[in-house]
Design a protein around this ligand. Sequence first.
Ligand code: HEC
Length: 165
Amino acid sequence: MCIRLTIIALAMIHSPILLRSITAKDNGSIDFSSDIRPIFKQHCAACHGGVKQAAELSFVYAESVGKFLEPGNPDASKLIQRIVDEDEDNRMPPASHGRRLSKEEVETIKRWVLSGARWESHWAYRIPRRSVIKTDLEPELANWCREPMDSLVLAGQREKSSRGR
Ligand code: HEC
């Protein structure tokens, strides 16, 4: 299940079409690793981490955080609601833990959610995979393959269509 999800995620990340639509949307371009992860790490991970997972929320696992996010819709995302909640009893992080997130930090997370909340795994969590580059493709098709993953996808589609014939 987890491996399948990762493969789908990798396929999406490497799809040139999807990549273009994402960069077109978030012209402020938020980078998960440098903009988002440090905020979660500093303000949330002490309680929602790999070991301690308050409310079964862990910022180590994308699937876990995903339950509290509505990609493309920050206001409907529970995670956003909890960091902007004016009620101290609900706001995250709890006041006893530290200061509330700054306006800039909240804005950054909101923009990240708006642009699709893409999660890039730390390299340590990535599944190592061998690059498969098909060299026997017609030039038009070879051009379409910008990433090793593209040629994999293409190979799969061709196999399917040749089986259908
Ligand atoms: C001091 C520990 C602590 C810190 C730090 C902390 N949380 Fe929490 N969080 C909790 C606890 C305990 C709960 C469960 C009780 C509740 O819902 O208030 C919770 C619940 C949540 C929930 C709701 C989960 C649900 O099932 O509804 C979200 C979303 C959340 N936290 C996000 C965050 C975010 C984002 C941060 C960082 C900005 C953060 N938390 C920082 C302890 C913490």
